[in-house]
Design a protein around this ligand. Structure first.
Ligand code: C5P
Length: 230
């Protein structure tokens, strides 16, 4: 256990869906040796647990109960990470849009967010953490060493998603993807509890016309160069 978690460096990367947070977080984790918190996966896992258990998504109490007793494990296998829900590998299922939308719906519940708070903070351990989400810099790690708010236009995010699906040989309907992105942005920014918003002390990076390498360089520049692993 980490007895002095607050001295452990944390880099938070918040922003809307499809901005490329996951890619940049993985690159930073690889370059620094920091561990990675994909907080969205916890909301998606809770949503999947609700869907599997036919839990009414309109019930804050029932959804929060699922978050409290969530049986999850992140298992490193080769280059990737397996995501297990009650022992079952659900890595692909939680990426489905229906799960993302359900996650966004239940993520508005303060009781559910509170139930996931300690679980997220427990990821903070030496040599450091890179945390991907919506409220990493504002709520979960307000004392983070470095905070980024990564954004891009909804159009650019939809185009990237289309290219991603096409490269996987999957069908992609641009208009539908754009509409889903706009709907999720609205849901995430308008909720009362921990809305998607940049922390006052975050560096805002608009990557609409930046390459992945340019974003990565900008993010790495915010980390103190005294990190032992840099
Ligand atoms: O990042 P990802 O798309 O996997 O997140 C799924 C949903 O979970 C988001 O749309 C958002 O509503 C919610 N979420 C959140 N706070 C976080 C991470 C994700 O509310 N820190």
């Amino acid at each position: 256990m980490n007895l002095d978690a607050h001295s452990v460096p944390v880099l938070t990367i918040d922003g809307p869906s499809g901005a490329g947070k996951g890619t940049i977080c993985r690159m930073v984790a690889q370059a620094t040796g920091f561990s990675l918190l994909d907080s969205g996966a916890l909301y998606r896992l809770t949503a999947l647990a609700c869907l599997n258990g036919n839990i009414d998504l309109m019930s804050e109490v029932l959804a929060a109960e699922q978050a409290e007793c969530l049986d999850v494990a992140f298992k490193v296998v080769g280059d990737g990470t397996q995501v297990l829900l009650s022992g079952e590998d659900v890595g692909s299922i939680i990426r489905e849009e229906r799960v993302g939308m359900a996650a966004s719906k239940i993520a508005a519940y303060p009781k559910l967010r509170a139930a996931l708070l300690d679980r997220q903070r427990a990821f903070r351990a030496e040599p450091g953490l890179v945390a991907d989400g919506r409220d990493m810099g504002t709520v979960v790690f307000p004392d983070a060493t470095s905070k980024i708010f990564l954004t891009a236009s909804a159009d650019a995010r939809a185009h990237r998603r289309v290219s991603q699906l096409v490269s996987l040989g999957q069908a992609a309907d641009f208009e539908k993807i754009l509409a889903d992105i706009v709907a999720r942005d609205k849901q995430d920014t308008s909720r009362a509890s921990a809305p998607l918003i940049a922390a006052d002390d975050a560096l805002i990076v608009d990557c609409t016309s930046l390459s992945i390498q340019q974003v990565f360089d900008a993010v790495m520049e915010t980390l103190p160069s005294c990190q032992p692993c840099l």
